[in-house]
Design a protein around this ligand. Sequence first.
Ligand SMILES: [Mn+2]
Length: 300
Amino acid sequence: MTLLDEILAPSALGLAPNGVQDGPSVLKQLGLFAGLPLRRQCQVESPPYRDLRSETLHILNADALVGYSASLAHEVRASLDAGAFPVVIGGDCSVLLGCGLAVADEDAGLFFLDGHQDFYLPEQSPTGEAADMDLAIVTGHASPEVQCLFGDRPLYAPEHTILFGNRDDHDVIEDNAMRLPATALLHLPLSSLGVDPLRQARSAIAARLGTERRFWVHLDVDVIEDADMYAVDYRLPGGLPLSQLARVLDYLMSTGRVLGMDVTIYNPRLDGADYPCGRRLVELLNTCFARFGAEKSHRA
Ligand SMILES: [Mn+2]
């Protein structure tokens, strides 16, 4: 039986301290994981945010991010070593770096659910925010100076990486849009998913991860339909309907091959009174992870 580990990662180091760092505590208040059998709960505190972009690495908070990623990786690794299922609640998308470091030796795949590509190379990024370059870094596409900070090889092989559901293809600068198709990762933007995203997810897993490879799931909640999840810093119209995302997540979990998951970008300061977006997210996640509770009661 696999047990659930809760790892809170209230970091805004890859974005800006505009509220995203309060996501984990508010989601907990709203009942995240309530009633589920948590084996362990911990929180990885973030070093202070400094609005300083490295001239050589082109990343904001570069040093702090490296340290934070190592600390987070330590906690995620401890969960995996204990046979548990770690769920990392961010914070911004840069928490994926620590999660990737933790599974670097697993030769794992990555199922990346995000409204954005997060594929800026650091020197191309308009902001220097690591949360718009996390996918590029974990798949080994940044400069050697940046990559060497996160291990000696890509944390996820591009050919085992699936970018699913993004809808910013027209927004990214031309150079970057050119670069993405040139990588080996499987790019399935929202516009390609049609009426049956679940079917697309199944085919993508079969094509890139076969029947045995284990994989990490990244869920940036801005992949969700904006009307239901407007509490995010970089909003885009449209998005994946919540009901379809729930089906995709349920399928991913049903494979029994998911190593763990990170959930990012929920910003309670941008939510409505009484946190309607936060409540929808808690319901989505509690339903997704209910299988852990069901396993427990089944065993009992
Ligand atoms: Mn993202």
